[in-house]
Design a binder for this molecule. Structure first.
Ligand code: DX5
Ligand code: ZN
Length: 224
């Protein structure tokens, strides 16, 4: 059976002067999740928004919120983001010296626990954690900004991670974040991706809803 993949439009690329209309478009569309990028100006060289805005987004969202924390010491804010409405909470491997504790802290709130890997971090760092997490986010750009060029090496990382997950017989989703669009979605799905985050390729498209449908229609790899 082909795996059914998920599409998570990244609100970072939305027009914030009309956030409600942009979110209604995603609600109407075939998208599965909202991807929400929280940046602190310390872990990444950019600042976006915090839990108050996430709480407002939650009121408009009819689909789960996939909250990507690009912040230092994320363990201090996990409960707050969960209370604000996060359904998936992803922290960065590079920001967590006690990652095992942090992912369990996320799971204890009832949210799904994700770990994001920067482009320079090999998937092998997750070998002893693969059964403790629900999602791995492979960063296919350096985090901090939307609209960057896809780093080609991420395809090979996706294949390696797929193999690690399948060998462990673990149930972990592979999410790809950064530079994803109609030009590379199919290769990523064939390599083993389960969730495609798409920011500028959706919100800058002439017809965002149609672009979401096209991303959703690509064929994924096979589950044996
Ligand atoms: C980058 C963010 C991404 C970003 C993706 O730091 O984590 O989620 O919004 O944007 P695009 O799809 O434009 O590369
Ligand atoms: Zn992101």
């Amino acid at each position: 059976m082909p795996r059914q993949h998920l599409i998570a439009p990244s609100l970072l690329a939305a027009d914030f002067t009309r956030l409600s209309a942009e979110m209604q478009m995603v609600n109407r569309s075939e998208a599965d999740w909202f991807h929400v990028d929280v940046m602190d100006g310390r872990f990444v060289p950019n600042i976006t928004f915090g839990m108050f805005i996430v709480e407002a987004m939650k009121k408009m969202a009819e689909k789960p919120l996939d909250v990507h924390l690009m912040i230092v010491e994320p363990e201090k804010y996990i409960e707050s983001f969960r209370k604000a409405g996060a359904d998936v909470i992803t922290v960065h491997h590079e920001a967590c010296p006690h990652l095992h504790r942090t992912v369990h802290q996320i799971r204890e709130t009832g949210a799904k626990a994700g770990v994001a890997l920067n482009p320079h971090t090999p998937v092998s760092v997750l070998a002893d954690l693969i059964e403790d997490i629900d999602l791995v986010c492979i960063m296919s750009v350096n985090p901090g900004f939307g609209g960057q060029k896809f780093i080609y090496r991420s395809l090979e990382k996706t294949r390696q991670l797929r193999e690690m997950i399948d060998t462990a017989n673990a149930s972990v989703m592979i999410e790809i974040d950064g530079g994803v669009g109609l030009q590379n979605a199919e290769s990523l799905l064939q390599a083993g991706a389960d969730v495609l985050v798409a920011g500028s390729s959706v919100f800058s498209a002439p017809n965002p809803e149609d672009t979401i449908s096209k991303l959703k229609a690509f064929k994924a790899g096979f589950d044996f």
